[in-house]
Design a protein around this ligand. Structure first.
Ligand SMILES: Nc1ncnc2c1ncn2[C@@H]1O[C@H](COP(=O)(O)OP(=O)(O)OP(=O)(O)O)[C@@H](O)[C@H]1O
Ligand SMILES: [Mg+2]
Length: 151
């Protein structure tokens, strides 16, 4: 599903809708879900992620995960989702195995795991996986957001 966003707010709203969808999916299937976010610098991955968090009433404060590798959030309303993990792998070595950052422990609960720059880690997810690919468009504030299942 390829969507077009014309503003930062629109990208956040798309992320929020994705969060609402994920909550329903997790309620139905009782499983953690991995969401990988690909796309060049400034393409909107963090804005999208903030939208997902917003669906759970979470407003992130402080440093973005770009500086801390991983942040863990708890839904602010009663939810089947135990927590939301936001990882930014940008600074990791390309060979880093995801187990080195404790990925397998993260998947023991019904969590949502958001990973920016998944190309910088190696992983073979054995949990449902949604791919989000963000692209710059022809104008400065246009972004294309493709949400799909991995092939
Ligand atoms: N339609 C849009 N959607 C999202 N962001 C937009 C849009 N138009 C302009 N922007 C701007 O683009 C930037 C997107 O930044 P964001 O941190 O989300 O990128 P990123 O993909 O996470 O980059 P990085 O790889 O550095 O983490 C923000 O400064 C935002 O204001
Ligand atoms: Mg980012």
């Amino acid at each position: 599903m390829k969507l077009i966003s014309r503003t930062e707010e629109e990208t956040q709203q798309i992320g929020e809708k994705c969060g609402v969808f994920l909550e329903k999916y997790i309620a139905q299937h009782k499983t953690p879900v991995l969401v990988t976010l690909q796309g060049e610098l400034g393409s909107g991955k963090t804005v999208f992620s903030r939208g997902v968090l917003k669906a759970f009433g979470i407003i992130p404060h402080g440093a973005s995960p770009t500086f801390v590798l991983m942040k863990r959030y708890t839904p602010q309303h009663e939810s089947v989702v135990s927590h939301i993990i936001h990882i930014d792998a940008y600074r990791l070595d390309k060979e880093t195995n995801i187990d080195a950052i404790g990925f397998n422990d993260l998947t023991k609960e019904d969590a949502i795991i958001l990973i920016e720059w998944p190309e910088h880690i190696s992983y073979t997810p054995d949990i449902p996986h949604l791919m989000v690919v963000c692209e710059h468009g022809e104008d400065e504030t246009i972004r294309y957001i493709d949400i799909r299942k991995p092939q």
